[in-house]
Write a protein that binds this ligand. Structure first.
Ligand SMILES: O=C(O)CCC(=O)C(=O)O
Length: 267
């Protein structure tokens, strides 16, 4: 499905963007379902716009959203990038408020173990108005190590190792319109600045087939973090990571990506 050039692009720069992968009609449905689920997980209350709302199992909540995992435009690309028997980690639905400072989701953990985030923004996001900014190539090698010091931006008081604030760190903008699909490595440094207080976005996260005890341990750690997040979630608390029935359902593609999770006893 992916060309060799696209795979090389992802390997080298750490991301791939597919413009208008989904039609306006598809996006209308996805958008409505997203709003519906996010509202349900606020017990119908309006979003106050003060603090990010995040819930883990968004795409698991509605069949039309869950089907994205098995859709060629997601599954096919992920399979090409991660190889056979890749595994589902979890998704999340987000209403972002304000800036997201520079970070790589995995920091310097599990370097060399491929983990991908697939993101869909449901409103247009532009360079100084909430689009994802990435540092191309920062997912591996010396640049990955050098970028770790960006975590200083989150210290109190903040530390700016390169002498510039977050907005001034050199980046490539992944501007996005509804229908675009963004794939990026969870080792890639990214941020976003200038977005509003109601930035709608959801993700789907996958990892290559775990083959070592360290990789299995990593998945357990992620699961435990997610579970604890769900239990303490201010908007809606639950003691599961995956929606009831999700791990048992779907077609062969979904079953293949969750089999390992079921064996590990995740729920
Ligand atoms: O869109 C954003 O503000 C940041 C997204 C992000 O950090 C993530 O999905 O890991």
């Amino acid at each position: 499905m992916l060309t060799d050039e696209q795979k090389l692009f992802y390997d080298t720069f750490g991301f791939l963007v597919f413009k208008q992968a989904f039609s306006p009609t598809e996006m209308e449905e996805i958008s409505l379902l997203f709003d519906d689920v996010m509202t349900e997980f606020r017990y119908g209350k309006p979003f106050p716009g003060k603090k990010r709302q995040m819930m883990m199992s968004l795409v698991e909540q509605r069949p039309a959203l869950s089907s994205l995992l098995e859709d060629d435009r997601v599954y096919g690309v992920v399979e090409d990038l991660l190889g056979p028997d890749f595994v589902w980690i979890a998704g999340d639905g987000n209403l972002y408020v304000g800036d997201t400072s520079w970070h790589a989701d995995l920091g310097n953990r599990m370097m060399g173990y491929p983990v991908i985030k697939v993101a869909m923004y449901l409103d247009p996001v532009r360079v100084d108005a909430g689009c994802l900014r990435v540092i191309p190539g920062s997912h591996r090698g010396p640049l990955a190590n050098a970028c770790l010091s960006l975590s200083g931006h989150r210290q109190d008081p903040p530390v700016y190792p390169f002498g510039v604030t977050g907005e001034k760190v050199p980046f490539f903008p992944l501007e996005s319109d509804p229908g675009d699909l963004v794939f990026f490595s969870q080792h890639l440094f990214h941020s976003s600045f200038g977005g509003g207080s109601h930035r709608r976005m959801f993700t789907m996260n996958f990892a290559a087939k775990p083959n070592t005890p360290e990789q299995a341990e990593f998945h357990r750690g992620m699961y435990e973090n997610h579970l604890s997040f769900q239990q303490k979630n201010d908007y809606y608390s639950t003691d599961r990571v995956y929606q009831e029935g999700f791990l048992e359902g779907g077609g062969p593609r979904r079953q293949s990506m969750v089999r390992q999770l079921v064996e590990w006893g995740f729920r």
